[in-house]
Structures are given as structure tokens and as C-alpha cells.
Write a protein that binds this ligand. Structure first.
Ligand SMILES: Nc1ncnc2c1ncn2[C@@H]1O[C@H](COP(=O)(O)OP(=O)(O)OP(=O)(O)O)[C@@H](O)[C@H]1O
Ligand SMILES: [Mg+2]
Length: 262
């Protein structure tokens, strides 16, 4: 990771990547699959795992990709709260059995008790829903490879830390609410939305961190999770002059969802 670029290139030309993937076997696999060439920087080491910015292989037509590597036992976080898990349980049973029988990556991940499979699956569903979440690229063991939001100098800042004038705040508020509606249209509720899980890049709000996303058809807590998401978003924007009634917004969203009017 800290090699001189010439030494790095020399190693890469010999097909040796050991120094370049920080000893995470999943990242070696992404290298072997021709998706990334090396780790560019470690971004964070959070409760769930570590996120790396990787140099993308040119064939991906991207400069960077983000790799989120889950801890071996990513348990004990608030995302393991029964609110999320109970809700998913019913949904997951039939799907999990099918996925495990089919031997899909998702099935293997769930069978291993890993949260990572749920996040990758959610990223795919969210992409289909047209949400602003990072495009999923690949799943391998404990690691997800996805679109990197940011550039070589670093990841996009969190909404929380961005300096906003009223106009920018209004635009971002609209975008986030639009995203919430788009997700809900496909039955999906983020469930952990906050200014820390929204990045701002080139004037656009990008929602991240989706392992706990719930399906409103199967999770009775969905309306309450939606309410909390909307409240978190509204209370942030209220500090920037965008005043709305979160409760009214949630009720309206839910009403439109139930009438299939979203
Ligand atoms: N696709 C991405 N592009 C750019 N940066 C990203 C991406 N995904 C994650 N990050 C960065 O990594 C951080 C942690 O990612 P994420 O929120 O998904 O993981 P987490 O383990 O749930 O962390 P936390 O518990 O801190 O929320 C994000 O706050 C963001 O700064
Ligand atoms: Mg997060």
C-alpha cells in the first residue's frame, strides 16, 4: 500500500499483488477477477467493517471502486436490532431457502450468517428502483465492491459536514425525499437514514449503508422506520432553512404507497 509507484508497477507487471490488497483475500479475488488493480486508500474502519477506495481496473471504465469489507462477526450493532431482524426473518426464510438451494452468492452469504449478502442484495434492488445508492459491482465472501462516490483525493463528504446555502439545502432535500419515494415505490425503506449515511457529490445526494433496508410488504415496522428516516432527514434540513412537517410528509408517503400512487 505504501510502495513507490515504480515498485508497485513492477510488482503488478509480475502479477504480484500481495502488498497491494492489504492482506484481505476478498480483495485479491477482485484483483484476479480484473475488477480492481490495488487498494488506493483505507477510508474508515467502522462498527460493521472497513471501507477501502480501490483503483478500478480500466476494463470497468471507472477510476475507483469502493470495497466494503465486513468484520467476520458483524454482530452487536444497532442494525442487529430485532426491529430489522424480525421483519426480515419472514421475508428471508423462503428466499433464503431458495437462494441456498440455488447456491447463489446471496444464499451462501446468508448461510454463513453474514450481513454482507443482505447489503449487496439491497444495493441491487435499490439500483433497479432507481435510487441514488452506489451501483453494486461484485460480492465476494465478506466484501462488497461498489461504485465509489468521490475521487482520488477522497470520498464525498457526508451531508452532515457540507456547508449549505438555502438553495443547495432545498435541492438536496428534494432529492432525498424523491429517493425515499422511489425506494418505497419498490417497497423498500432504508431504516437507518441520517446525514451520516448520505454523501454529497457534485451537487447530488447519494444514499449509502443499506444492509438493514426492510421490505414494507413483510416488515410491520416499515411505517415506523420510514417515519424515523423522514424525521432524521427533515430535522437536518430544518437547520438549513427547509421547514416541513415530517409527520405530514410521512403520512402522505405512506398513504400514496398503500394506494400504489408513488
Ligand atoms: N460507495 C462509497 N463511496 C465512497 N465512500 C463510501 C462508500 N461507501 C462507504 N463509504 C464511506 O465509508 C463510510 C462507512 O460506510 P458505511 O456507512 O456503509 O459503513 P458502516 O460500517 O455502516 O459504517 P458506520 O457504522 O460508520 O455507519 C461512509 O460513511 C463513507 O464515508
Ligand atoms: Mg454508515
Amino acid at each position: 500500500m505504501h510502495l513507490h509507484p515504480a515498485a508497485q508497477r513492477d510488482l503488478e507487471s509480475k502479477g504480484i499483488y500481495a502488498e497491494t490488497t492489504v492482506g484481505v483475500p476478498e480483495l485479491d479475488v477482485f484483483v484476479d477477477q480484473g475488477l480492481i488493480t490495488r487498494v488506493h486508500a483505507q477510508l474508515t474502519s467502522g462498527k460493521e467493517g472497513t471501507v477501502y477506495c480501490c483503483r478500478a481496473h480500466p476494463s470497468t471504465r471507472r477510476r475507483y471502486l469502493a470495497a466494503k469489507v465486513y468484520r467476520q462477526h458483524a454482530e452487536g450493532t444497532h442494525k442487529r436490532d430485532p426491529t430489522y431482524f424480525e421483519g426480515r426473518e419472514r421475508e428471508l426464510k423462503a428466499r433464503t431457502i431458495r437462494a441456498i438451494q440455488a447456491g447463489s452468492a446471496f444464499g451462501r452469504a446468508v448461510a454463513n450468517g453474514l450481513w454482507v449478502g443482505a447489503e449487496y442484495d439491497n444495493l441491487r434492488r435499490l439500483a433497479v428502483a432507481g435510487a441514488s445508492t452506489p451501483a453494486p459491482i461484485a460480492l465476494q465472501g465478506r466484501a462488497i465492491l461498489m461504485e465509489f462516490i468521490g475521487n482520488g483525493a477522497g470520498p464525498a463528504p457526508h451531508l452532515h459536514g457540507v456547508k449549505l446555502d438555502r438553495e443547495a439545502a432545498e435541492s438536496l432535500y428534494e432529492q432525498v425525499m424523491c429517493d425515499i419515494a422511489r425506494m418505497l415505490r419498490r417497497h423498500l425503506v432504508h431504516g437507518d437514514l441520517s446525514p451520516y449515511n448520505i454523501l454529497v457529490w457534485e451537487g447530488e445526494a447519494r444514499i449509502i449503508d443499506v444492509p438493514q433496508v426492510v421490505d414494507a410488504r413483510f416488515n410491520r415496522a416499515a411505517p415506523e422506520l420510514l417515519r424515523r428516516d423522514v424525521e432524521n432527514v427533515c430535522s437536518f434540513f430544518a437547520q438549513h432553512g427547509v421547514t416541513v412537517d415530517p409527520s405530514g410528509v410521512t403520512d402522505e408517503l405512506w398513504r400514496r404507497y398503500q394506494r400504489a400512487e408513488l
